[in-house]
Design a protein around this ligand. Structure first.
Ligand code: CP
Ligand code: NVA
Length: 306
């Protein structure tokens, strides 16, 4: 049966851990592998929002595994002229072996997955960014040796990345402390479900110092996500006290690492000093998307019909 990757919960904890091993192996032998895993296979990519990292890392990863890519911007497809998703899903399933989708509405992705006979991979929606959380967790695992013993802090918007970290905390069993301004909380449904399934606390505070205290991993993301550009000015005001700068970082301790999925808005959610500083792993984190997504593709596509 095909496997989709719509949220991080489409994997079990043990599958995530074995993907970390696979990712580390792929990273170590990059350039020396002679992979034919995706030979004669084509991966479709259907994007409705801009992307640098996710698009290029998926495309490069597919080529490195011996496959081909068809990249489609949604505006150039008949979906932009109201072709039903249920039709597009079945048609595309007869051409490509997996479909990587970046769009707004998670429900659209779920509908695509329902009608497609190939794996559907979420490359970001307004709700989740599971490919990113997979490589972010790999980065933490690589740097710290495990996840379960850590306190992870999220400072900023309760957005698609925050919601992905919430699900990940419950799945992998680490503590998560979110500092989010009032009015910008993550979905209460996602939060409650995660809390019910979690071994460790998942907390929300309005105080970034409280969230960051004792954290080994600190995360942030833009204050206005794609699609929220017209809220940017209001958000700058609301989020002002939620910036990761040297003063706030000092509350965490020198061993703490700082993650940012990028792109960053310097001087807003993070200062250049912190992003370029010794505790930041943001650029290595971006590099790890290539290896983690290759591991994911191998996992999802192995065993599917050519
Ligand atoms: N982090 C991330 O998904 O970056 P892109 O928007 O450039 O793909
Ligand atoms: N929260 C951001 C993540 C970008 C990778 C957005 O959705 O724009």
């Amino acid at each position: 049966m095909k496997r989709d990757f719509l949220t991080i919960n489409d994997l079990s904890r043990s599958e995530v851990l074995s993907l970390f091993d696979e990712t580390a192996g792929l990273k170590a032998k990059r350039g020396k592998e002679n992979s034919t895993l995706l030979a004669r296979r084509t991966i479709g990519m259907l994007f409705d929002k801009p992307s640098t990292r996710t698009r290029v890392s998926f495309e490069a990863g597919v080529y490195e595994l011996g496959g081909s890519v068809v990249f489609l911007h949604r505006s150039e497809t008949q979906l932009s002229r109201n072709e039903p998703i249920s039709h597009a899903a079945r048609v595309l399933s007869s051409y490509v072996h997996a479909l990587v989708i970046r769009t707004y509405d998670q429900a659209e992705l779920e509908e695509m997955a329902k009608y497609a006979s190939i794996p559907i991979i979420n490359a970001l929606t307004d709700m989740y960014h599971p490919c990113q959380i997979l490589s972010d967790m790999f980065t933490v695992w690589e740097k710290k040796g495990n996840l379960q013993d850590l306190k992870v802090a999220w400072i900023g918007d309760g957005n698609n990345m925050a919601q992905s970290w919430i699900k990940a905390a419950a799945l992998m069993g680490f503590e998560l402390a979110l500092a989010v301004p009032e009015g910008y909380d993550p979905s209460s449904e996602i939060l409650e479900q995660a809390r019910a399934a979690s071994e460790k606390p998942i907390t929300i505070t309005r105080d970034p110092i409280e969230a960051i205290a004792g954290a080994e991993v600190i995360n942030t993301d833009v204050w206005a996500s794609m699609g929220q550009e017209n809220e940017a000015e209001v958000r700058v005001e609301a989020f002002r006290k939620f910036q990761i700068n040297s003063k706030l970082l000092a509350q965490a301790g020198p061993e703490a690492i700082v993650l940012h999925c990028l792109p960053a808005h310097l001087g807003e959610e993070i200062t250049a000093e912190v992003l370029e500083g010794p505790q930041s792993v943001a650029f290595e984190q971006a590099g790890n998307k290539l290896h983690a997504q290759k591991a994911l593709l191998k996992f999802l596509i192995q065993g599917t019909q050519c």
